[in-house]
Design a protein around this ligand. Structure first.
Ligand code: KG4
Ligand code: ZN
Length: 362
């Protein structure tokens, strides 16, 4: 089954309430995101109950706005694609209920989409990248290398065994009292600092394969901070900047080196070299990381594709697009779709130890 018509996408697995209208010829007619950052900022992280309530209150408004911005009505919609997991269960359930409600009322097919598949298929929506390609997904809750073989075929080549990099950026910002979300704030501080002052560890670089670890880096940062505070009873601006610069350099080194290895593993597992290295997730916004990955891709003769930030971070256009691709690939719409808090993309891969402790955001 394919859809000639438009797909309405719905996303609510973490702290963005999002709806979008996308066409099978890769046009994004609208992509609306109601951001919840202000609701969570004073807690320094996403509070699941607050997120779930905010989704439930605003999903219908978000959908209405997406239809209006696309200048269409539900009569023009041929398919509903909704994030059915993984994520914070209250939010995922809100989205699934909203999708089912519209589907029943309008007699529309509804497809439950894996949030991570949405991220992983984004380079096809943004750049029409052909299969197979290597995907590095780096966000606040996830960090993994995927061989993307088709709309429903993903091979996980490696990933974090503990924290996700975005989580480490956020914790660094919290430890240095910079604010939330931490990534952009740490990046701005790092630009002013000396990355060589602190010798932070590059965990797991001495081990083969492309699994990663970021929790030791976070501990090293806390220790370095505590030592300075004990010595001088406070941090100067320069201390903060140097800590951020050292942290960011270590995180980028680990991601770049492991990407180098993932390109080798990709070739071993798929039998072909990766023509494209794609990166998505909020941390892909980091300029230093992009530059490092650009170098890795160049060395391997691959093209680096980093979709625009609005498509890298959580959004519903990626969910709508994944729905369109997966329907064409034979996925069956299911009026009884249910929410799944855990849903690995590659069911055959051995579970990672932590795979991002929040485990909720992709
Ligand atoms: O993909 P995303 O919007 O949400 C999910 O986690 O799914 O990613 C958010 C994460 C946060 O942890 C944020 O601190 C991080 O991406 N981030 C960055 C930057 N911008 C956002 N990390 C490093 N550098 C940045 N410029
Ligand atoms: Zn995500």
């Amino acid at each position: 089954m394919t859809t000639d018509g438009l797909c309405l996408g719905i996303e609510s697995s973490c702290d963005e309430t999002a709806a979008a209208v996308v066409s099978p010829d890769r046009r994004i007619l609208s992509s609306i995101i109601f951001d919840q950052t202000v609701l969570h900022a004073r807690f320094g992280g996403v509070v699941p109950e607050i997120a779930a309530r905010a989704h439930a209150e605003r999903l219908d408004l978000c959908v209405a706005e997406a239809l209006k911005a696309a200048d269409v009505t539900l009569d023009d919609i041929a398919l509903i694609a909704v994030t059915a997991g993984p994520g914070l269960i209250g939010g995922v359930m809100s989205g699934v209920m909203c999708a089912k409600g519209i589907a029943v009322a309008r007699g529309l097919p509804v497809l439950g989409v894996n949030h991570l598949a949405g991220h992983a298929l984004t380079p096809r929506l943004s750049d029409g990248v052909p299969y197979p390609y290597l995907m590095l997904l780096v966000s606040g809750g996830h960090c993994q290398f995927l061989a993307v073989n088709g709309p429903r075929s993903f091979t996980r080549l490696g990933g974090t065994i503990d924290d996700a990099p975005g989580e480490a950026f956020d914790k660094t910002a919290k430890l240095l009292a910079l604010g939330y979300p931490g990534g952009p704030l740490v990046e701005a501080e790092a630009a002013k600092g000396d990355a060589k002052r602190f010798a932070f560890p590059r965990p797991l670089l001495d081990r083969p394969g492309c699994d990663m670890s970021f929790s030791g880096l976070k501990t090293a940062l806390r220790r370095a901070r505590d030592e300075i505070v004990a010595e001088k009873s406070g941090l100067t601006r320069a201390d903060r900047a140097d800590l951020c610069a050292g942290f960011q350099a270590a995180a980028c080194d680990v991601l770049a080196e492991k990407t180098r290895r993932a390109l080798v593993v990709f070739r071993e597992r798929t039998g072909v070299p990766a023509a494209t290295l794609a990166v998505a997730g909020g941390v892909a916004a980091n300029t230093a990381l992009r530059a490092a990955l650009e170098g890795v891709a160049d060395d391997a003769g691959a093209r680096l594709v980093a979709p625009p930030l609005s498509l890298c971070t959580d959004n519903a256009a990626m969910i709508a697009w994944a729905g369109i691709e997966q329907l064409a690939d034979g996925a069956e719409p299911d009026a009884a779709v249910s929410a799944r808090p855990r849903w690995p993309l590659d069911a055959d891969a051995a579970p990672l130890l932590g795979s991002g402790k929040k485990g909720a955001k992709g």
